[in-house]
Design a protein around this ligand. Structure first.
Ligand code: SF4
Length: 327
């Protein structure tokens, strides 16, 4: 059998790793691709690929993902703000666009029939293939024997007999396969581990930004897991750290907005993003919100300085007063 090259979607989950191993076992030359967004990507994705000897290309796609997938998915959302069918289709389509450049003949994924009630049902897998525009050129090595024969199988680029027939949510077959390939399965390799779009709290916050933050200041999404978030004016948000780690993260992004900090009293760091970051009324509100998280006593004065040169003294108020601004 002639050696062919294929592009595999690499999420860092066990199923995607196994899909690579199954094809590599057949002598297929694989190249991994990961379409990076802060919603589902692991920061250690490159190290992970290296650990499993997978060549990986990481492509940032946040802007496109928000516009093409998250804003109005053709197949809608799952239980939270997770547009899983459109999300898979988008990634496969993007991988397909790289086929010519990389000299690859097909795309493969670690999808497993029946592992997810909707996106990996028979209907879901068919719909993903249809939306991706890669009909016939999309192989799912872990469930291939349960699915229609693809071009790579018909053409003999891969041996269908050596592909698998895994179905359902039980992970037993994957665990056995992992043992066979000497893969140390730790909890971080579980499917969909850490996708913020499936998290009830985080997905609500992301949805709020997508729907209400028209400026689409993408840096907001890099801070989506950090701190407390507040909408303080049209297209303008305040993020306040909850601990030293988060204050450090906020400081790192300081040049992308206006930083604010309490002076002479212990308290968190904040950052204002968006349209009205220099607006005096916004500064007033942000200073009051920040002061409500300072160690000072209620009604005590708190001096707040802003990185654009502004400075204000405000009274500390009960933070419950600001809950209507919280996201
Ligand atoms: S769980 Fe998240 S990353 Fe996975 S398909 Fe759904 S939306 Fe995409």
């Amino acid at each position: 059998m002639a050696k062919v090259k294929a592009i595999g979607l690499f999420s860092g989950g066990l199923d995607s790793i196994l899909a690579f191993k199954v094809l590599q076992d057949q002598g297929v030359e694989t190249v991994g691709v990961h379409f990076f967004t802060p919603f589902y990507s692991r920061p250690d994705i490159k190290e992970l690929a290296k650990r499993f000897k997978i060549d990986l290309i990481v492509v940032p796609v946040l802007d496109e993902y928000i516009k093409d997938v998250l804003s109005s998915p053709v197949c809608g959302y799952g239980k939270n703000f997770n547009p899983c069918i459109d999300c898979h289709a988008f990634m496969i389509r993007k991988a397909g666009e790289l086929m010519g450049k990389l000299g690859a003949k097909f795309v493969f994924t670690g999808e497993v029939l029946g592992e997810r009630p909707f996106s990996q049902s028979s209907y879901g897998l068919r719909k993903v293939e249809e939306l991706s525009g890669l009909k016939g050129y999309l192989l799912r090595p872990l469930s291939a024997k349960l699915l229609a024969e693809t071009v790579p199988e018909k053409e003999g680029w891969v041996d269908r007999e050596r592909l698998l027939d895994i179905r359902g949510r039980k992970r037993q077959r994957q665990i056995e396969l992992a043992e066979y390939y000497e893969i140390d399965v730790d909890p971080s390799l579980q499917p969909a581990g850490g996708c913020l779009l499936t998290d009830p709290f985080m997905s609500k916050r992301i949805r709020a930004y997508i729907r209400r933050f028209h400026r689409q200041d993408l840096v907001i999404y890099s801070l989506i897991k950090t701190g407390r978030h507040f909408f303080v004016a049209k297209d303008t948000a305040l993020v306040i750290g909850r601990n030293k780690f988060e204050n450090d993260v906020i400081e790192k992004y300081g040049s992308r907005g206006v930083l604010l900090k309490p002076v002479g009293v212990a308290g968190p760091l904040g950052i204002i993003f968006g349209e009205l970051i220099h607006d005096p009324a916004v500064h007033g509100l942000c200073a009051r919100i920040l002061a409500s998280y300072c160690k000072a006593c209620v009604a005590e004065g708190v001096f707040v300085s802003f990185s654009d040169g502004d400075a204000l003294e405000v009274k500390k108020e009960d933070r419950k007063k600001f809950s209507r601004y919280a996201i």
